[in-house]
Design a binder for this molecule. Sequence first.
Ligand SMILES: N[C@@H](CCC[C@H](N)C(=O)O)C(=O)O
Length: 282
Amino acid sequence: MPQGIRFTKMQGLGNDFIVISSQALPDGVKELAERLCDRHFGVGADGLVYILPSEKGDFRMRILNRDGSEAEQCGNAVRCVAKYYYERISNAKKELLIETQAGLQRVWVEADGQTVRRVCVDMGKPILKGERIPVKVNESQVVAHPIEVEGETFHFTAVSMGNPHAVIFVDDAARFPLKTWGLRLESHPLFPNRVNVEIVTVTSREELQMRVWERGVGETLACGTGACASVVAAVLNGKTGRRVFVRLKGGDLEIEWKENDQRIYMTGVAENVFEGEWIRSF
Ligand SMILES: N[C@@H](CCC[C@H](N)C(=O)O)C(=O)O
């Protein structure tokens, strides 16, 4: 009988992940991500996340999108893996260091006994230089820049949180036709590595409403890096202060872009959904 793959299904604000703790990424992980994340033939998720050994931090996280592409960073997955590690691997410390493809991230878990309720993540400093995001606009900061898609013009602010984001402010995010424009914006030639697209409405100086079209996935219920990028874009456009509640389809995140260290701190929940074993070959 072939050995199955044990996994835990987790979610952060409805952005859902298949989490696997392993010694190394398996061969064919791209195809595995596509198979497992498929909502009809697989387990179903927005991404496949590995918890791996690290020489630099407490552990390492790698994340693959539903289409099998690898992302540098994922805010909602970082909170999930911090919960996983604290509840199942070691509860010796409440402050953890997680290695990601975008660098080391410090996180603090808020636990009720053995159960992690919320996680605060130091998401680092946003990257604003066009060439490092990357976006093919020859400016040091890309703020409210026009982008034309099939005769329609939008204005976007580009921010990298380790992964690339284009933030577009609109009057009513709930009514924005994301299915029509999401993929076209994601794969626009201005973004050589494709891009995550945030559609944002400012409801006050302390609150944003956000929908997201994720690179390699489509519309999801929430995106942690997208919420951080949206707050940075809102500050750069003079729309909010630096401490903002971001209301997403799947729930809320508290985001602060601190003045003193210029780093972004994200606080939110993470939940276990179920455990299972993948027994099909791939
Ligand atoms: N949902 C995530 C971001 C996941 C990666 C993204 N799709 C990308 O390709 O950059 C989050 O919570 O940040």
